[in-house]
Design a protein around this ligand. Structure first.
Ligand SMILES: Cc1ncc(COP(=O)(O)O)c(C=O)c1O
Length: 451
């Protein structure tokens, strides 16, 4: 892989059926892969990557004393110890946010943020459709309507140009999602929010340390929400956070997440003067998280370097389109996605491409589909509550509008992604991802024909 092939060169080689072999022989040593004449593993050849990948999550013995300290302190409830507050201060500092509130999960962080930004029953929230299902659910749980902006197929994030036409007199907030840790184009989103007096809550659940124009994701809107679930780059099994630069907003968040008890500037003359729930983080979670912050910074640098390498190599393969990031932004790659064009692979379907990739020892998947057709939206809008809150005309127009998300449909049909732990592998292993895709490309006609 020492000498990258040009896109035109690749096309010529692939046409001759030997692209993958030539691809390999640009390196120093001829490999078993070349000797096997690069027969796809799905057709009985040898997998490009027979070994494993870095495991996730990881842990270190050096973390044990801090966890044991919480255990032995018997201060396990957030109200009786300092470990959660220490994490909040450290995470806010790392992000350059004024404040951070730790929560039980990313979902609860979003529930807290939407409540505090006054998203109420009968409101509408403009949201990215290309996301984990929790982003839809937190709006639905508030009895508001998730109005989907379209997805920009080049960036996989909310297309700012699709927002304004979806704003109604019920719209209360915009909820952009920095999916896979790739920042949304926040300037036009914030400008529209300002123009229409809407709140902006960032779903930064996959975007720890991602940056947009010199600022960290989670500090770009009114409030930002993070997840520390086990698969995430900063994992504690479960966990989440709300970040922001307004003391008043974070005081309100703190109160709501703690059964409505007073906090800082937010207080009434009775102990339970406001609504609230229990969305608190435990000290055990915080003990794990604080110790991983330096590692998060180190891992992020490695993932970025390796993602840049993959992008430079993969964009030379016809039919593989890496993602475009907004100007002056830096992703953190919770997954590393690219768009797949089957027309450049002899019509090999995306599902079969993924199966072929998996057979080569490269874990990859299609990730998100058009989840608004799965039933949960229909269940919500046909419920007694929604029928009371919205007119029949509005609900019908809303349901019909789901068919218009052409950009999102394309993204859901053509995206392939590998998980973040692959980006922590050695360079030689990363090369296997490129080699496997090159091999599949070279043999796409045979693979497309095979059952
Ligand atoms: C984009 C997005 N939003 C929200 C969530 C919810 O976070 P949690 O699983 O911590 O509740 C996740 C977690 O996977 C996510 O990826």
């Amino acid at each position: 892989m020492s000498k990258p092939m040009t896109r035109r060169g690749f096309i010529q080689q692939a046409a001759a059926g030997s692209a993958a072999i030539t691809w390999m022989s640009a390196g120093q040593a001829p490999s078993l892969f070349a000797a096997e004449a690069a027969k796809p593993a799905l057709l009985g050849g040898t997998p490009v990557h027979p070994g494993g990948w870095p495991t996730w999550p990881t842990w270190s013995e050096s973390w044990e004393p801090a966890v044991l300290k919480v255990l032995r302190s018997r201060k396990w409830f957030r109200g009786s110890g300092e470990t959660v507050a220490e994490f909040e201060a450290a995470y806010a500092n790392l992000l350059g946010a004024k404040r951070c509130l730790a929560t039980a999960s990313g979902t609860t962080a979003l529930l807290v943020a939407l409540h505090v930004m006054d998203v109420d029953a009968g409101d509408e929230v403009i949201v990215s459709p290309y996301t984990f299902i929790a982003t839809y659910n937190v709006i639905l749980i508030n009895k508001a309507l998730p109005v989907f902006a379209d997805t920009d197929p080049a960036t996989l994030t909310m297309d700012p140009a699709s927002i304004e036409s979806r704003i109604t007199d019920r719209t209360r907030a915009i909820l952009p999602v920095h999916i896979y840790g790739m920042p949304c184009d926040m300037d036009p989103i914030n400008a529209l929010a300002k123009k229409h007096k809407l709140a902006v809550v960032e779903d930064a659940c996959q975007a720890w340390l991602a940056e947009y124009k010199g600022q960290k994701c989670g500090t770009l809107g009114d409030l930002g929400c993070f997840s520390f679930q086990e698969s995430k780059h900063l994992p504690a099994g479960e966990g989440g956070a709300v970040t922001g630069n307004s003391d008043e907003l974070i005081d309100r968040c703190t109160s709501f997440h703690n059964c409505g008890r007073a906090c800082g500037s937010f207080k009434g003359d009775k102990p339970y003067f406001t609504r609230g729930s229990n969305y608190r983080m435990q000290h055990f979670q915080a003990a794990l998280l604080t110790q991983q912050l330096d590692k998060l910074v180190r891992d992020t640098a490695v993932r970025r370097e390796n993602a840049d390498y993959l992008t430079a190599q993969l964009r030379q393969i016809p039919g593989i389109q890496p993602v475009r990031l907004p100007e002056n932004s830096r992703a953190v790659w919770h997954l590393y996605p690219f768009r797949y064009d089957s027309r450049q692979f002899s019509g090999l379907s995306r599902d079969k491409f993924i199966r072929a990739l998996n057979a080569e020892g490269i874990p990859a998947s299609s990730v998100y589909h058009e989840m608004y057709f799965d039933g949960l939206i229909d269940e919500a809008i046909n419920s007694r509550g929604y029928k009371k809150l919205f007119s029949a005309e509005r609900l019908k127009a809303y349901r019909d509008s789901l068919q218009e998300l052409k950009g999102n449909r394309l993204v859901c049909q053509t995206t392939v992604a590998v998980t973040q732990n692959l980006l922590l592998a050695e360079r030689g292993d990363l090369d296997h991802i490129i080699e496997a895709i090159g091999k599949i490309h070279a043999h796409s006609a045979a693979l497309a024909k095979a059952a």
